[in-house]
Design a protein around this ligand. Structure first.
Ligand code: GLA
Length: 724
């Protein structure tokens, strides 16, 4: 394997009679491309790695599928307008007005990118037009993760219009395919649905522009043969690393192949490509496991921590947020009290939310002020700087909320720069949360948005955290800056990434939360710049058990900002225990907590500080699914398999619902002995569990452990420690 990664070779267009096979192997899997005699490049295999690479060549002849009339059903990047009969990956109009495209193999190259990371590039060219596509496959060996994207360019005399330009075009072969997809809305993010794919095309997409995931995220999974369970079955996970419109077509073709074509949504987007301009698509991320959904998750989670999310291996700050405790109604003296409460609670940082800015149109509710990022003089006469200092004097850090991509029509920004606003010149404005989106495709707007962050951080070098919100979708898509309106949606996201890249080159480490009126925006394109995201405004802990469960298929716990709030009917213990399965924060009125509730929280934060490295950096195992059981259970184990933490919750409140059977633990060392101690006990209550008993890993994984969850013990947190 190392050999494969270390060898850099180049294969020219000269070919003999034998087709060329190009295997891209990771620890467990192989993706194999074949260059046919006619120089078409097909994907002949994506599945478990074979011991002998030479044997990949024998795979295609064993498939006795019905005829492929075009000879290109399994194309590695399906062009349109020539022989193709199915959903294309790319479709263009050439400079001379012709709509046909064919793509033939020119060369390929395999190279080592870094330790454990290799890249395969495949050069394709139209035999008739001076038009080229390079396919990129970046393979992360240890995690079985591949990122695929394409680069498109031409040297035609005039512009070429790209009507479709996918990042990836995969092809799976199985008896049946089961799609697990997600949908949602505000406070209802990540609702799962799993169903068998039938012939034709199932499209997952969004056309919202910003807050693109509000109704549907790009994450999905496809099980082969039968729906995979947590520990069994073959399942592929996919996701587009893009914070704007995406489109994923899953096409069950006439030969029963599942063709997956994923990329930026071409809705309202015809891209006019100038000669020699490189058009690069965002990566489509995928992994495959034959050991079920749990293994696939752990691979993606590990990959994300190691390679993608900002500071994935680092630490995070616990915090007290004031959104739900004050909303827009605060002033310096109220905040002074909150700094004290932050310290009293024992968290690291105070996060000042919406409402701190704007003077001509003060931000006292969500109808005015967005865009005017100057401290509101009535609420904060001494400015943000004095707050940062005062927080520090109280022994806590200070963070701040911004929503820099947006503007209220009632704002000075709107008055000064109406041309910076996304809106149709001849039509009525239409609002989402009383606001409009700024035109980030305009470099001047990019500078303005960068300036919002830059000013805050330059004036306040000790500012320790930023919550970056995005509360509106794009209606009436139109840019006063763009000459070609059909570039708008892609230029918006490019503009956003320019700003984020600039922020990160100047401020590489300041933690930033990706928020979008809840979970309207989370993807691995954005998470390169953010340390964490806000899964939902819905913080009812019962809802969160389900939602965090679904997010956890794709995102590691270290990225999940979970706040204890007053949503839901559960006691503070339940709410805190649930929020601990990620990055813990609070958004409650600390001064109104009862003595016992406060003591519980203080103690839980101490426990959290003790176990958070396991939650953030350990392997996650989903043990008992809330969708099918009365008790939900999730555990995290450190790499050494010596310490773990297990969270258990009652999710069914009918008579006598409880943890009837022991719950099998996972990821332990069979030969090690463990003791399980209940932590986060509410003051005055005792555990019903025997903390002195030890169990072998073998026992805990084969028989399990009963956390004794029932109507009197609705939430039970267990610390698992190796007994030496
Ligand atoms: C969004 C966020 C909330 C809060 C408000 C402030 O709804 O999701 O957490 O920050 O905006 O207006």
């Amino acid at each position: 394997m190392i050999l494969l990664l270390a060898i850099i070779y180049f294969c020219g267009a000269r070919m003999g009679a034998q087709p060329i096979n190009i295997p891209l192997e990771t620890r467990n899997n192989a993706l194999v491309l074949r260059v046919a005699d006619n120089k078409d490049v097909n994907l002949i295999y994506y599945g478990k790695k074979l011991s002998e690479a030479a044997e990949y060549a024998g795979i295609p002849e064993l498939y006795k599928q019905s005829g492929d009339y075009s000879g290109m059903l399994t194309s590695a990047y399906t062009p349109s307008g020539s022989r193709n009969l199915v959903e294309p990956a790319i479709s263009v109009t050439h400079a001379d007005g012709n709509n046909s495209l064919d793509l033939k193999y020119v060369s390929h190259q395999v190279s080592a990118v870094a330790n454990g990371v290799s890249s395969l590039t495949v050069q394709l060219k139209d035999p008739v037009y001076d038009f080229e596509v390079t396919l990129f496959y970046k393979a992360y060996f240890n995690d079985d993760v591949i990122e695929q994207w394409s680069e498109i360019r031409h040297k035609e005399k005039g512009n070429v219009t790209l009507h479709k330009f996918a990042s990836a075009n995969l092809c799976l072969k199985a008896d049946s395919y089961w799609l697990k997809q997600f949908h949602g809305d505000w406070a209802k993010e990540m609702q799962p649905e799993e169903s068998r794919l039938t012939h034709g095309i199932k499209t997952l997409d969004t056309k919202l522009g910003t807050r693109a995931n509000l109704f549907q995220p790009s994450v999905f999974m496809v099980s082969l043969g039968k729906p995979a369970t947590e520990d069994e079955g073959t399942v592929m996970y996919g996701s587009l690393e893009w914070s704007g419109n995406f489109r994923i077509d899953l096409e069950l073709d006439p030969q029963d192949n599942l063709r997956i074509i994923a990329g930026v949504n071409n809705y309202a987007l015809d891209y006019s490509l100038v000669a020699n301009e490189k058009f690069t698509t965002p990566p489509f991320l995928f992994t495959l496991s034959d050991k079920g959904k749990g293994d696939a998750s752990r691979k993606i989670q590990r990959w994300a921590r190691d390679y993608k999310i900002l500071d994935g291996k680092g630490s995070r700050l616990t915090l007290l947020n004031n959104w739900e405790s004050t909303y827009f109604d605060f002033n310096e003296s109220k905040l002074s009290e909150l700094f004290k409460d932050t310290k009293k609670l024992g968290v690291d940082l105070f996060l000042l939310d919406d409402g701190w800015f704007a003077n001509k149109y003060p931000r006292n509710d969500d109808h005015a002020g967005l865009g005017d990022w100057q401290e509101n003089k009535a609420k904060l006469p001494n400015g943000i700087s004095s707050l940062v200092k005062e927080a520090q004097a109280n022994g806590v850090k200070f963070g701040i909320w911004i929503e820099p991509e947006m503007v209220n029509p009632k704002s000075e920004l709107y008055e000064k720069h109406p041309d910076w606003v996304v809106k149709q010149p001849k039509r009525d404005e239409f609002y989402f949360r009383n606001q409009l989106v700024l035109d980030l495709s305009n470099p001047k707007v990019q500078d303005f948005v960068f300036g919002v962050v830059d000013n805050l951080l330059t004036k306040n070098p000790d500012m320790a955290y930023i919550k970056w919100d995005c509360n509106a979708v794009i209606y009436n898509a139109y840019s006063a800056f763009q000459k070609n309106q059909s570039h708008f949606y892609i230029e918006y996201v490019r503009g956003l990434y320019n700003v984020l890249a600039k922020i990160r080159s100047k401020y590489p480490t300041v933690p930033m939360m990706l928020c979008s009126g809840g979970g309207g925006r989370v993807d691995y394109g954005a998470l390169q710049y953010f340390t964490e995201f806000w899964p939902s405004d819905n913080t009812d802990p019962l809802e969160r058990i389900f939602m965090q469960w679904e997010y956890s298929y794709f995102y590691p716990a270290i990225t999940s900002s979970n706040h204890v709030t007053d949503w839901g009917k559960q006691p503070i213990k339940f709410r805190t225990d649930v929020a601990m399965m990620g990055k813990l924060g609070f958004d409650i009125v600390v001064s109104k907590l009862s003595g016992n509730d406060l003591q519980f929280c203080q103690n839980a934060i101490k426990n959290y500080n003790d176990v958070k490295p396991i939650i953030w950096h350990g392997d996650q195992y989903r043990l008992s699914d809330p969708a099918t059981n009365s008790v939900a259970s999730i555990m995290y184990v450190d790499e050494a398999k010596s310490t773990g933490i297990m969270f258990n919750y009652l999710v069914n409140y009918r008579y006598d619902a409880k943890s009837t059977f022991p719950i099998r633990l996972k990821g332990l060392e069979a030969t090690k002995k463990y003791k399980l101690t209940e932590i986060n006990l509410y003051p005055g209550s005792n555990s019903s569990l025997n903390a002195n008993k030890t169990y072998s890993g073998d026992f805990l994984m084969k028989i399990g452990f009963n956390p004794d969850v029932n109507a009197r013990r609705t939430s039970v947190v267990l610390k698992i420690e190796e007994a030496k």
